[in-house]
Structures are given as structure tokens and as C-alpha cells.
Write a protein that binds this ligand. Structure first.
Ligand code: PLP
Length: 387
């Protein structure tokens, strides 16, 4: 009891020392995972994209929570992200869960020496004929069948075999001997724009690819792709951002639950008048008497400088404006209309719209929810709810 009390008061004091609180609701995350599983139906598997530290939310907690909800295939960008995820799964999930998990590295074989992939049982996503060749060479040298995913580009022109390389591979499939193809995949460029003609073009190209590899699980849809309809689902969906509560259907009601809440701490209150300005560059000039609250969150915390004079915060259900430039560690709010008792030093204000979440802030910053989440810095006190 004694220990428990002291560790929770230590937690509290850390929370009080931080300039902001980042709350990540793992129960909402798991519910989003199940929501996407319902959308694709039981014949389609749901993998999870957990690159960039699970979109900034902390892969060490997010990965095991998703595995518990049923995810068995995970996609990361970098090799070290795979190692971090692997040890988190081993430490936090039952043996039958983590031994059943596969981790794929989207950046491909170039992300680490090929031997490292084998040593750690991490699967490369082969992005070129050269990588196919190297992986096959290693399989031969070791006299082993080595697992990998194959990424074919159908219109993104970013990673994956370009069409010419794909055609060459398809006409001489012995290039894949010794490789256990766990997934064949492609990635949509415009999935969040359902009417964009590139979606259909990519779909047609990928249907042909799937037909040429009928025995390999095919994976095509990201979060928004799932909502383009069953034709886009194939065998394995690969959502990322929707798991974290970002709306996969821009312009429509968000089908996902909010996962992330961000609060910033008020440090000081200041009464000013029309002779004064707020912040760097004197960019905000007071029009009359007003009260300013200075909050301990700035662009070093991922509260983008583009939100200067544009962002909003919530005190209870009252919305207030960010005024002046966002600085590295601080931002200023106009709290003139808020009763003085509700805004004292130490008060926490909501920095994400309590209903809409990071998407609203993203719109104000002229960016997307992905960027808001992945920019969240390391200085917040992080609290994980649920599970
Ligand atoms: C990031 C990524 C995903 C997940 O995309 P979301 O839009 O976040 O759902 C899927 N596949 C690939 C190749 C990716 O890079």
C-alpha cells in the first residue's frame, strides 16, 4: 500500500511538472481496430501500420494493445522500429500472441543488413528487383526459405517495383525461388479522395498482380482505402491513421473513436490593453483590454508555428483563440471571455477539439491529422487509458 501510494504521488508530481498531458485511450484504439475489422469482414485480415512510433502515440503501448485486439501483421518504416515493436510484443503479450506476430519493414532490405532481418526474424518489404535478388541470394547461401513481402508500385511512384521490373519478375518467377512471399502489396495514392480516377487505375493494376500471384495474400487498402468498398480489401488491409482516431473520410462524419487528448498547462495570466502586443514580432496587437493566458506548449512540442493566430483551445466547452505567434515552448490564448476563476496558473486547457480531435487543429494549421500526431513531442506527460 505504502509503495502504491508513493508511486502514484510520484506520477502525479511528474504530471504536474509537465507542460502538457497527452492522454492515449488504448480501449478506444482497440475499439477502432475492431471497427475496421467489421468494415472489412471476417475473410479479410486487419494488419496495423505502426511506423513512426505508432504515429507518435508510443508503439511500446500501442503495438501490444493492437495485438491483444487481434492484429498479427505489423508494418513499420525502419528496422529499429521493428526491433522496438518486437521486444514490446514479447514483453507485454502472451506467447501465442507474440509468436504469431509478423513485423514488416516498409523501407525494405536497404533498411538494415540482410543478415539482421534473418537474425531477428523481421520481414523486409522487397521494393525492387535488386532487393528480390539479394534476398534470394541470402536464402541460397543459407540454404533456407526466407520470408518477405513484395511491394509493387501501381501509381504512387515512391517505393515498390516499378511496372518494368514487375513485368520482368512476372515473366521469370524463378527469381522468387527460395523466398516465402508472405504478402504482395501495393499502396493507394488517393484513397482519401474516393472520386479520384487513380483509385480505379491502381485497383485494376493490382487485380492483375493478384491474379498472377493467386497463392499469396494480397494487401492494398490503407485506412481510407478500406472505405472505398470491398473490391479494395483483398486479403489483408493495412490501416494506420484511422486506428488512432483520425478521420479516414475527410468531409464526412468520422466513423472512428477519438484516441488522443492533449492538454496544455497555463503558466501565467496577463491583463493587457490596446497599447500592447503579444509575443514575437509584436504580431498580435490588442484591440482593447484583454486577458492573456500563457500555456507551456509550443512548436517544440509539435504545436505547429503555422497555428499562430489560428489555433483554438478549449476551457471546458468554451473555445478560445490562440493569439500571436506560437513560440518554441509557449503559446498565448485570449481568455478575456472566461471567468477569472476558471483560468488560474496550473489550469489545464484542451488543445485538441474535444469532439473532433487532432483533425480540427490540422485543418487550422493547413495540414493533416497525420502530421499533428507524428509531430507530438517528447515533453508531454503521457497517460495511457484502458486495457
Ligand atoms: C503508412 C502506410 C499505411 C497506412 O496508411 P494510413 O493512411 O495511415 O492508413 C499503409 N501502407 C503503407 C505502405 C504505408 O506507408
Amino acid at each position: 500500500m505504502q509503495n502504491q501510494r508513493s508511486s502514484s504521488s510520484l506520477e502525479n508530481s511528474i504530471a504536474l511538472r509537465a507542460g502538457g498531458l497527452l492522454t492515449i485511450d488504448l480501449a478506444a484504439l482497440q475499439s477502432n481496430y475492431r471497427r475496421l475489422c467489421d468494415e472489412i469482414g471476417q475473410n479479410v485480415a486487419c494488419a496495423a501500420a505502426v511506423k513512426a512510433d505508432a504515429y507518435g502515440l508510443g508503439v511500446v503501448r500501442v503495438g501490444p494493445a493492437l495485438a491483444e485486439a487481434g492484429a498479427r501483421r505489423f508494418f513499420v518504416a525502419h528496422f529499429d522500429e521493428a526491433l522496438t515493436l518486437k521486444s514490446a510484443l514479447a514483453a507485454q503479450t502472451a506467447v501465442d500472441v507474440h509468436t504469431g506476430c509478423e513485423i514488416f519493414v516498409l523501407n525494405g532490405l536497404i533498411a538494415a543488413p540482410a543478415e539482421e532481418f534473418v537474425a531477428h526474424n523481421i520481414r523486409p518489404v522487397l521494393n525492387s528487383l535488386g532487393e528480390v535478388d539479394s534476398w534470394q541470394g541470402l536464402a541460397r547461401a543459407k540454404n533456407q526459405i526466407l520470408p518477405a513481402a513484395l511491394h509493387v508500385d501501381t501509381g504512387m511512384c515512391r517505393l515498390g517495383l516499378p511496372d518494368s521490373e514487375y513485368q520482368a519478375l512476372q515473366s521469370s518467377k524463378e527469381q522468387l525461388e527460395g523466398i516465402d512471399l508472405r504478402v504482395i502489396m501495393s499502396h493507394l495514392a488517393c484513397a482519401d479522395m474516393p472520386d479520384h480516377p487513380l483509385n480505379r487505375q491502381q485497383l485494376t493494376a493490382f487485380q492483375q498482380i493478384r491474379a498472377a500471384f493467386p497463392d499469396t495474400p494480397a494487401s492494398f487498402a490503407n485506412s481510407s482505402g478500406i472505405f472505398l468498398g470491398p473490391e479494395y480489401h483483398f486479403d489483408v488491409a493495412r490501416p494506420g491513421v484511422a486506428l488512432y482516431g483520425i478521420n479516414p473520410l475527410p468531409g464526412h462524419v468520422n466513423p472512428m473513436r477519438q484516441v488522443v487528448r492533449l492538454k496544455g498547462k497555463i503558466l501565467q495570466l496577463r491583463e493587457i490593453d490596446a497599447s500592447q502586443s503579444v509575443g514575437y514580432g509584436a504580431a498580435y496587437q490588442a484591440a482593447g483590454p484583454m486577458r492573456i493566458a500563457t500555456v507551456a506548449v509550443g512548436y517544440a512540442d509539435g504545436y505547429l508555428r503555422a497555428l499562430s493566430d489560428r489555433g483554438h483551445a478549449w476551457i471546458g466547452d468554451r473555445r478560445v483563440n490562440v493569439v500571436g505567434r506560437v513560440s518554441m515552448d509557449l503559446l498565448a490564448l485570449d481568455v478575456t471571455a472566461i471567468p477569472a476563476d476558471d483560468v488560474v496558473p496550473g489550469t489545464f486547457v484542451d488543445l485538441f477539439d474535444p469532439e473532433i480531435g487532432a483533425d480540427a487543429l490540422a485543418a487550422e494549421a493547413g495540414t493533416i491529422g497525420y502530421e499533428i500526431l507524428t509531430a507530438l513531442g517528447q515533453r508531454y506527460h503521457r497517460e495511457y487509458l484502458g486495457t
